[in-house]
Unconditional design. Structure first.
Length: 392
């Protein structure tokens, strides 16, 4: 046996169970249609909710930033890597979100790794939704606080779990805003009530809510009208904003603390100048018009309604994420492959990303899709669904 034989066995096992991820290569700009492994297909896989990933205004802002600042930040932000662009972006994001301050990171993943360990430590307790994103889970683990998982979107269970934990220093409640596999929304108003009753810090990761929920895409806090009441809003600029980067928004004192103690902020270089400039352009666009957000929701509504009419089980999504429930992972993979043959790119998702027996195709609707795109997609779903006996 070689040292790596076990890895070969594990990989083979994944393939056998239909759980091996085949990573496709994209040969074009992100949009409603993209070139995947050399083939032009309708794209239902990207989190590019508003179609901003290749928007002319973002592209020209990024180009202008490259001309002015070059391509690299040079050093971590605390040493020689904070550009005026980073500070402008943080100011604009704070205004957009209606909070005192904001700080940006290289990614949403890093924003969670920075924030959670900066707020709680060894003698503290974190109450975490059972289905929280991997980056929240990893941030919790890094903090060395005790992690208490409560049942998904279940405020009553959260109350019970809080009552059971009598030994603690500081406490934190953390939840995804929108859960990306089912498209359901956290009961943030209830979480706030509980957090306020017990004087516990409340943190929401709004990665799939930013640019999607609330007035003009201002996010989950706006959606619930909880301005100034949620302590920490984490977000990403890699989804609706169409670029890359993470953000934490909230009270100035917390943001000031993260500038001193957020480890990915202190020890890893910042998002680049073109990234920051493109994000700034995205915020400006969202502040000027709600048109893209409205088109996103209209498209999602059409797609969900028509899939249901065809007889598909689309779960209980409250957002533009549409899970098409298929059951076993091999069926979902086969469905995805056949869709691809029909010119539709939609990802099969299986265990461990979702529970065993809950494999699905996940359709990500965007504002970039037009009516004819939706019709093309629906026709492919109908054809493959009938071929595989999923619908009648
Ligand atoms: C996508 C996602 C992230 C990661 O964001 P990146 O900017 O891609 O690192 C973090 N949290 C949640 C809830 C997400 O959905």
């Amino acid at each position: 046996m070689t040292k790596t034989a076990w890895i070969e066995q594990e990989l083979a096992a994944l393939k056998e169970q239909g759980l091996f991820t085949n990573i496709r290569t994209i040969g074009s700009a992100m949009g409603a249609w993209i070139e995947v492994d050399g083939k032009r297909v309708l794209n239902f896989c990207a989190n590019n909710y508003l179609g901003l990933a290749n928007h002319p205004r973002l592209v020209s802002a990024a180009k202008a930033a490259v001309d002015q600042y070059g391509v690299g930040p040079g050093a971590v932000r605390t040493i020689a890597g904070t550009l005026d662009l980073h500070l402008q972006l943080e100011k604009r994001l704070a205004e957009f979100k209606g909070v005192e301050a904001a700080i940006t990171f290289q990614s949403g993943f890093n924003a969670n790794l920075a924030t959670i360990p900066a707020l709680v430590g060894k003698d503290d307790v974190i109450f975490s939704d059972r289905l929280n994103h991997a980056s929240i889970i990893d941030g919790c683990r890094l903090s060395r606080a005790k992690i208490v998982a409560y049942e998904h979107n279940d405020p009553a269970d959260l109350r019970r779990k809080i009552a059971e934990e009598t030994q603690y220093g500081r406490r934190l409640i953390v939840s995804d805003g929108v859960f990306s596999m089912d498209g359901d929304i956290a009961p943030l108003a209830d979480l706030y009530t509980i957090a306020a009753e017990h004087d516990i810090l409340l943190m929401v990761d709004d990665a799939h809510g930013e640019g999607v929920l609330g007035r003009g895409g201002r996010g989950i806090v706006d959606h619930f009208g909880l301005h100034g009441l949620v302590d920490i809003e984490v977000g990403t600029m890699s989804k609706a904003f169409g670029v890359v980067g993470g953000v934490v928004a909230g009270k100035k004192v917390i943001i000031d603390w993260l500038r001193q103690r957020g480890r990915p902020f202190l020890f890893s270089s910042a998002m680049t100048a073109p990234d920051a400039a493109a994000c700034l352009a995205a915020v400006e666009l969202l502040e000027e018009s709600t048109e893209l957000v409205e088109r996103l929701w209209r498209n999602a509504e059409v797609f969900k309604t028509e899939l249901k009419k065809l007889g598909f089980d689309t779960g209980h999504s409250q957002t533009p994420i549409v899970p098409v429930m298929l059951g076993e992972a091999p069926l979902a993979q086969q469905f995805s492959r056949k869709l691809f043959e029909e010119g539709v790119f939609a990802m099969a998702i299986g265990f461990p990303t979702v529970p065993q027996g809950k494999a699905r195709i996940r359709v990500m609707n965007t504002a970039a899709h037009g009516q004819s795109d939706l019709e093309f997609g629906l026709a492919a779903f109908e054809k493959v669904g009938k071929e595989l006996g999923v619908i009648g």
